[in-house]
Design a protein around this ligand. Structure first.
Ligand code: ZN
Length: 314
């Protein structure tokens, strides 16, 4: 497993006035840990090699209304994405939007690295709530589907699975890929709460290929259910050319995001979760690309660090 990162890709939303608990420091802490303990196992992403997304690329995944808003009303666009008020004007909106689009392009870049050099982990990425028609849930664009779509178009892959273990359902990924048989989605998530209780967006209920809702207090069956889900995929679909793992850290009981409170996995259970997914694809010889997705508060880096030790430690 090789880790890819760049400090310029860290999202510091506080400078734009969005109050999302300590998102930037999570990336920082993971990077520092990696550089101190496993200096040879990570690389800086070459930002000069990241071309911004063209309108045509965006149109493959997002609709006309979405692109219009993105191009013409950046302030409104980022306010929809981050569910708050931008403490500034269109110019700052545009700046944040450009940061996010570059960040998304890095997701695609790491997916390509996965195919060339084997299992890869991006310190960033995983915007699974962005719908084809609207940014939402801290997810401006669907970096996941944009990246996979680019690999499909370039004929580098014929199929992909998206395994989403974030606390919140990967509803955007499910909505965008619902008619695309090349992209198979599994989401294991809180049975209730956001985004499923969001009546603004009934599309949150569009099923993934496999949905595994975990009810209140059902943490003890989480690992068994996830294992069943992975085995179901293997029985019912051909193994993919790449597995994109949306490794949200917010199911962790130490997470501080209010809307992730309905699922509280212990650190051990987080470790079991990550080992299960990692071993499953390793044993089936499927290249794995990891994205970080959700994780909030001052302990949010800990599950990721545990995973790093499990794959890099001797
Ligand atoms: Zn989440």
């Amino acid at each position: 497993m090789h880790f890819y990162h760049h400090p310029a890709l860290d999202l510091d939303l506080s400078k734009y006035g969005f109050d999302i608990p300590l998102l930037k420091s999570r990336f920082d802490k993971v990077r520092q840990y990696l550089l101190n303990k496993y200096p040879g196992d990570s690389s800086l992403i070459d930002l000069n090699n990241l071309e911004p997304y063209s309108e045509m690329e965006l149109k493959e995944v997002h609709d006309e209304k979405f692109i219009f808003l993105l191009k013409n009303e950046p302030k409104k666009f980022v306010e929809l994405a981050y569910e708050g008020e931008l403490h500034s004007d269109n110019h700052m909106g545009e700046q944040l939007l450009n940061e996010m689009l570059l960040h998304s392009k890095a997701t695609e870049w790491v997916m390509k690295k996965t195919l060339q050099q084997g299992n890869s982990f991006f310190i960033g990425g995983g915007m699974h709530h962005s719908m084809s028609f609207t940014p939402r849930g801290f997810c401006p664009v669907s970096d996941i589907v944009l990246g996979i779509n680019s690999l499909l178009k370039a004929e580098k892959i014929e199929s992909a699975w998206v395994i989403d273990v974030d606390a919140h359902k990967g509803d955007g990924t499910a909505q965008i890929t619902q008619d695309d048989e090349r992209i198979i989605t599994l989401s294991i998530h809180m049975e209730k709460g956001w985004p499923l209780d969001s009546d603004v967006c009934p599309e949150s209920f569009i099923p993934s290929n496999v949905d595994i809702p975990i009810g209140l207090g059902e943490e003890n069956i989480y690992i068994k259910k996830l294992e069943e889900g992975l085995n179901y995929l293997k029985l019912n679909y051909a193994l993919p050319d790449i597995a994109v793992v949306v490794q949200g850290a917010d199911p962790f009981e130490g997470d501080q995001l209010e809307s992730a409170e309905l699922l509280k996995l212990s650190m051990n259970q987080m470790g079991e979760r990550d080992q299960l997914v990692y071993s499953f694809f390793k044993n089936n010889s499927v290249p794995q690309c990891y994205l970080m997705a959700g994780g909030y508060g001052d302990k949010a880096h800990l599950p990721t660090i545990q995973f790093i030790d499990s794959v890099l430690g001797s």
